[in-house]
Design a protein around this ligand. Sequence first.
Ligand SMILES: [Zn+2]
Length: 225
Amino acid sequence: MTMQEVAPGLWRLPLQRLDSINVYLLGDVLVDSGMRWAAGRLLRALEGRTIVAHAVTHAHFDHQGATHAVCERLAVPLYCGAGDRAALETGDLTRVLPRSRPLLALLSRRLGGPAHLVDRTLRDGDEVGGFTVIETPGHTPGHLAFWRESDGALVLGDVLFHRNPLTMRRALQEPFRMATLDPSRNRESARRLAELGPSVVCFGHGPPLRDGERFAEFVSSLPRD
Ligand SMILES: [Zn+2]
């Protein structure tokens, strides 16, 4: 498991085969933590690095699984969006999932991490690790993206996938509908991000995309409803 520097001060750590799950370092801030059982590997990969805070893009089990372990072991504060705070603090991740998804609820209990108190709720315009917070609700109510205007680097969590983490097929796509609370609001968030004109886009699932035009084209092809 090796860190890759995507842009100056922006590191990507693929936690699973074929970068199906990524976490990122924005300067000295860890964004997302993968699934619970990868906590040991993640902590080993972070050895020797200075981490001052941990933020999650959203409270799904493949993004907060090792969050409690990371915050405890590294003694760092936890940041998240307002709408996902209760899910993180209770450990009940079904709060940010569509209703009647028993399989996802089961996976959340098995693969998600325990509850952890949030130290700071992030809002539009806050600064984290040299990036600006952008609230991107839809996939979950408190979903966050991180944007750096100086070089057009964007970390967008699950607003879009660049690899299907189940089939491993690499392609731009919307996140799984079964796990998305409000798909049309998520598209609005994607359009807001596309308007920024990013030059490199980093995803929770899949490799970075260094083709801003392709990103913009894909987002503009999303249906409006
Ligand atoms: Zn995800």
